[in-house]
Design a protein around this ligand. Structure first.
Ligand code: FAD
Length: 408
């Protein structure tokens, strides 16, 4: 098997296959032990279930969101999640997979062109090298040009601008993790008509905080200068200045990328396989949960020497995206489409209702761990709990918001 990429998805699937005795090689432009650019967060219970809690570097028990408008005691009340959140130790996660993939040969190169034959695939690399494999798994991220997917119109991106730094005073309560702070009383009337954004923030200890202004999903992605300005306004209102910038994060990735064409002869995994959760933007937990199932199916299929690239890819797609997961994905995409039509007031009400669901329901929804019938029941319950205006938006879609001036 040949795996394209050197990010979380590539390392995960290469290690799972190697653990099953499959001969794996990889192609990645950078050394596979080079530091990853992103920091990954996850609910700790997801890792507990996988016995991987030791991969966490920072952990918070004081986890909250704000869904009031702000500006009064009641509207500034945090909603307490009552569940721990963690940030991966990036190097530990990378090492976890690399250790399990010891023996996999990684070629430092870029896959330029794929040619799929009946029983093998040829990959032409930027260096001119041509590599041959029984099957290829494209784990080169959401922007891969090797994976076909239907055109369903503009793809919404999650965009964020963040700063890891020191501040004149704590920008959030010390020891706290803020999943979503949707308070908006620092914005002008005009700004409130634009796509809503929220603050994602955490206390990293030793006087260092991470604050990030985030747009859940919008097409096209909300520009960084808008996010930066909104973050500044938020901090100004709290009377907080940034005294040291340790790191700036510019984040943009697709939230509702259509599912790949599952009849194509090249398999994908991770962002390339549209595995990002369309409602939350999270994916690492899904890699850890779904990699083993895909590797089991591929290892079994590879044992049959009569199966070539086309058959192997078909088996892989069936294991990665069985009908149950396809239908769940469609429900999430439908939900995201509705949310993107909501103005900030409706969005705040929606999330307040969502997080009033029993913890196992909202947690299962956000981590995509509820079986389909239960997911449907949770969505119906959410609908039943919603005020009339929200129900109308969920069924019919909200009235079109004023086009924000910055979009073009
Ligand atoms: C800033 C940011 C923050 C995120 N935060 C979280 C989070 O907190 N929690 C979470 O669960 N998810 C998060 N995500 C979403 C998702 O988990 C990440 O996007 C994740 O990095 C996707 O992993 P991937 O391996 O599929 O792709 P990538 O991480 O994009 O890796 C792609 C790899 O393929 C290589 N590559 C590219 N082209 C080629 C080619 N032609 N040939 C060979 N190799 C190639 C690249 O060099 C890279 O190594 C975040 C995303 C971003 C952008």
């Amino acid at each position: 098997m040949l795996v394209l990429g050197g990010g979380p998805a590539a390392l995960c699937i290469a290690s799972e296959l190697h653990q099953r005795g499959v001969v794996v090689e990889g192609i990645a432009p950078d050394p596979v032990d080079a530091a990853w650019p992103n920091t990954y967060g996850i609910w700790v219970d997801e890792l507990k279930a996988l016995d991987l809690e030791h991969l966490i570097e920072h952990r918070w028990s004081d986890t909250v969101s704000y869904f009031g408008a702000g500006g009064s005691e009641a509207a500034d009340q945090p909603l307490v999640h009552g569940i721990d959140y963690g940030l991966f130790d990036r190097a530990a996660l990378q090492n976890h997979w690399l250790q399990r993939a010891l023996g996999v040969v990684w070629h430092q190169d870029t896959a330029d062109h794929l040619e799929v034959g009946a029983d093998h695939t040829l990959v032409t690399c930027a260096s001119g090298e041509v590599r041959k494999a029984r099957a290829v798994i494209d784990a080169s991220g959401a922007g891969s040009s090797h994976i076909r997917r239907p055109d369903q119109g503009p793809v919404a991106g999650q965009a964020a601008y963040g700063v890891v730094g020191r501040f004149s005073e704590a920008p959030i309560s010390s020891g706290r993790f803020v999943l979503m702070d949707y308070r908006c009383n620092h914005l002008s009337e005009m700004q409130r008509l634009e796509p809503p954004t929220f603050l994602y923030a955490m206390d990293l200890g030793d006087g260092v905080f991470f604050v990030e202004e985030t747009s859940l999903a919008w097409a096209p992605g909300v520009p960084y200068d808008v996010l930066k300005q909104r973050l500044q306004q938020r901090l100004d209102q709290r009377g907080v200045q940034i005294t040291e910038v340790i790191h700036e994060e510019f984040c943009l990735f697709p939230m509702n990328l259509p599912l790949p064409d599952r009849s194509q002869p090249v398999l994908a995994f991770g962002g390339a396989a549209s595995m990002v959760h369309p409602a939350s933007g999270y994916m690492v937990g899904a890699l850890l949960r779904r990699g083993s199932r895909l590797a089991d199916a591929l290892a079994a299929a590879l044992a049959d020497p009569s199966l070539g690239s086309v058959d192997l890819a078909r088996r892989g797609w069936q294991a990665l995206w069985p009908m149950e997961l396809v239908l769940r994905h469609q429900l999430y995409q439908f939900g995201l489409g509705r949310l993107m039509g909501f103005n900030e007031q409706l969005l705040r009400r929606h999330f307040a209702t969502f997080f009033s669901l029993p913890r196992e329901d909202w947690f299962g929804f956000l981590t995509n761990t509820l079986p389909l019938p239960r997911l449907m029941a949770v969505m119906l319950r959410l609908f039943a709990l919603s005020p009339w205006e929200l129900r109308r938006g969920l069924v019919l879609g909200a009235e079109k918001r004023q086009e924000p001036g910055f979009r073009r």
